[in-house]
Design a protein around this ligand. Structure first.
Ligand code: SAM
Length: 225
């Protein structure tokens, strides 16, 4: 068996610093802006022409799942956490090589201290995620709306959001609302009194979910003034 060595070309800078609350797929939360910050040895020429594309494929490592191993079958949240599917029939982070693939909107390309930075949105990535490759998305090749979509034929239903505390300013408010409306609970949680905590863009929220509504009880910035 041949082993291959790969190295990160970049790292993700994301508002999601914990896994809980990250959308389960890209584009479900348009307000989730993330930067792909390249390593210093990749010159700007590496992305010449990329600005002509609206979206990029980002190949990455589920680095925060490496110690959790993998199993032949997983229980997709989409199926209520009940049915088991083969790992290669799912997008689970718990897979043999822990490789992920996300299609992100490419908003702009910048430069920070000589490093290439891709400013993207619609991210489903944890802060610090190592990126192995970036490629342009080519709609005429890759957009196949007619393809069978198995047990994920449409976006999951969204929850309503109710604020009991003062919402944070935009764009953090949109990030929190769009993320929590995706129902981040594990599929087997149904207790309307159970309280959850999520941190996004350095704002901490506590909330519960009852009657298809996220009830945000508190929202505080973690940034010291
Ligand atoms: N779109 C990608 C794919 O299909 O390969 C990721 C799908 S996966 C279901 C998305 C989830 O992976 C997120 O909700 C988050 O919990 C988790 N995740 C994101 N970045 C991660 C990382 N670097 N390490 C471990 N888990 C991560």
């Amino acid at each position: 068996m041949t082993a291959y060595t790969v190295r990160p070309i970049a790292y993700v800078r994301s508002p999601y610093t914990q896994k809980f609350g990250i959308p389960r797929q890209p584009q479900l939360v348009p307000a989730a802006r993330a930067d792909i910050v390249f390593e210093a040895d990749f010159p700007a020429d590496c992305v010449r022409g990329l600005e002509q594309f609206g979206c990029v494929w980002v190949q990455f490592v589920f680095h925060d799942a490496l110690n959790e191993g993998w199993q032949t079958t997983v229980r997709p949240p989409r199926l209520g956490g009940k049915a088991k599917m083969g790992v290669f029939a799912t997008r689970s982070p718990h897979r043999p090589n822990h490789l992920g693939l996300s299609l992100l909107v490419l908003d702009s390309i910048g430069n920070e201290n000589g490093r290439i930075v891709l400013h993207c949105s619609g991210a489903d990535l944890l802060d610090g995620t190592p990126v192995l490759d970036v490629k342009p998305y080519i709609p005429f090749v890759e957009a196949r709306a007619d393809a069978a979509a198995g047990f994920a034929p449409a976006p999951p239903p969204r929850l309503a959001v109710c604020w009991l505390d003062t919402p944070p300013p935009e764009p953090v408010r949109a990030l929190i609302e769009q993320s929590l409306s995706q129902d981040p609970r594990p599929a087997y949680h149904h207790d309307p009194q159970r309280r959850y905590r999520a941190v996004m863009a350095q704002w901490e929220t506590t909330f519960r979910i009852a009657e298809h509504t996220v009830i945000i009880e508190s929202c505080q910035t973690l940034q010291s003034n």
